[in-house]
Design a protein around this ligand. Sequence first.
Ligand SMILES: Cc1cc2nc3c(=O)[nH]c(=O)nc-3n(C[C@H](O)[C@H](O)[C@H](O)COP(=O)(O)O)c2cc1C
Length: 385
Amino acid sequence: MLRFLTAGESHGPQLTVIVDGVPAGLALDAARDITPDLRRRQGGHGRGKRQQIEQDAAAVTGGVRGGVTLGSPVSITIANRDWENWRGPMQIEAEGFTAKRVTRVRPGHADLAGVLKYGFDDARNVLERASARETAARVAAGAVARALLRCVGVDVHSYVQRIGEVAIETVVAGVDWDAVGRSTVRCPDENASRAMVNAIDAAREAKDTLGGTACVIASGVPAGLGSYAQWDLRLDGRIAQAICSIPSVKGVELGAAVCAARSRGSAVHDEPRYEEGVGFAHRSNRQGGVTGGVSNGEDVWALVHFKPISTLLAPLRSVDIASGEEVNAHYERSDICVVPAGAVVAEAMLAWVLAGAALEKFGGDTVTEFMAAAEAHRRAVAQLR
Ligand SMILES: Cc1cc2nc3c(=O)[nH]c(=O)nc-3n(C[C@H](O)[C@H](O)[C@H](O)COP(=O)(O)O)c2cc1C
C-alpha cells in the first residue's frame, strides 16, 4: 500500500515527508525528479514575498541507495529558508521562549476553527501547520508517485482554465504544454494569460485577491484502476477527496460535471466504440476517464476550483479571541492568487491517487514486477473482444 505523511510548520526549520510502499528499483534523484516540481509550485504571477525567500530543493534522506529505491520508506526534507527570520517565535525548545500571540483570527483560515478545537490562546499554533506551505511536501510525495507512473506510461499535467472572470474554454486533448510552461499563469492561451496577469495586478491594486480553476489531466492511464465494488475504492471518490484536501480548493469536478448537470443525457454520455488495432475506447471523454469508479482507458481529468485567497491587504473584520472585541484580521504576508501553484499541487494529488491505485492493481515488490504486470494487463485489454 502506498501512503505518505508530512510534518513541519510553515516557519519551522523544515518540511518532512515519508513515502511508504514504493517498490524497490525505482530510479529516483531529488534534483532530477522532485526539485523541478517544487520550483513549479513556487511560481506563478500573483505569489507573495515568501517565494522570493524560499528556493525549494528536496533532499532525500532515506530509502534510496545509488539513485534507486530500496523498498524501504523514502524520506524527503525541504528546508524552510524563512526559518532564519522566525527562530524566536517558532523556537522549538522551552527555555527562553516567549510567544508573540496571534489573537485576531483571520477569516477564511483555520485560525478560529483550530483555536476552538484545541482551546489554544494563540492562533499561531494553528496557522503554522494549516498553512499551504505543507503542500510543498505533498508535491515531493507526488513527484515520487509520478516517477512510478512514468514506468507504466502515465503522465500528469495541468493548466489554468480560469482566474477570476478571465477564462478559456476547457480542452483536454492536444493541450500545448510548452505554452503552459511559458505562461506566468500556466495558461496555454497567450491572450488569456495576459488578461489573467492584468486581473491579478488589478486585484492587488484594489488590495483584494482572486481564485480560479485549474484543469488537471493524466494521460496513458490503464483501464481498470479503482473499483465499483466498494464506495471507498471508487477512483472518482478518491481523486475528489485527495484534490479537495488542498487548502483553498472548494470544488472538484470529475470531467465536465457542472456542464453535464445542466444538459440532457443524450448530450453527456461517452459512447463506447471498438477500433481494429486500437481496441475499446469512447467517442468522447466528458466523464473524466472514470466510469462507475473505475478508470475506463481514457485520460483522467478534473476541474479544480480554488476560492480567492483569504488574506487581504485591506483586512476583513474579525474578532480578537483574547478580548472578544471586533477588530481587523491579523495580516500575515500573503499571495494574491495561487491558482497556477495550486494546479501543480493538484497534479501531485492526482498522481498520488493514480499511483496508489496502479500499485493495488498491478502489485509488485519491485518496479520490474510492477511494470511486467501492467504490460500484461495492457496486452490482455488490447486483445479483448
Ligand atoms: C499553493 C498555495 C498557497 C497559498 N498561499 C496562501 C497565502 O499566501 N495566503 C492565504 O491567505 N492563503 C493561502 N492559501 C490558501 C490557504 O492556505 C487556505 O485558504 C487556508 O489554509 C484555509 O483552508 P481552506 O481554504 O481549505 O478552508 C494557499 C493555498 C495554496 C494551495
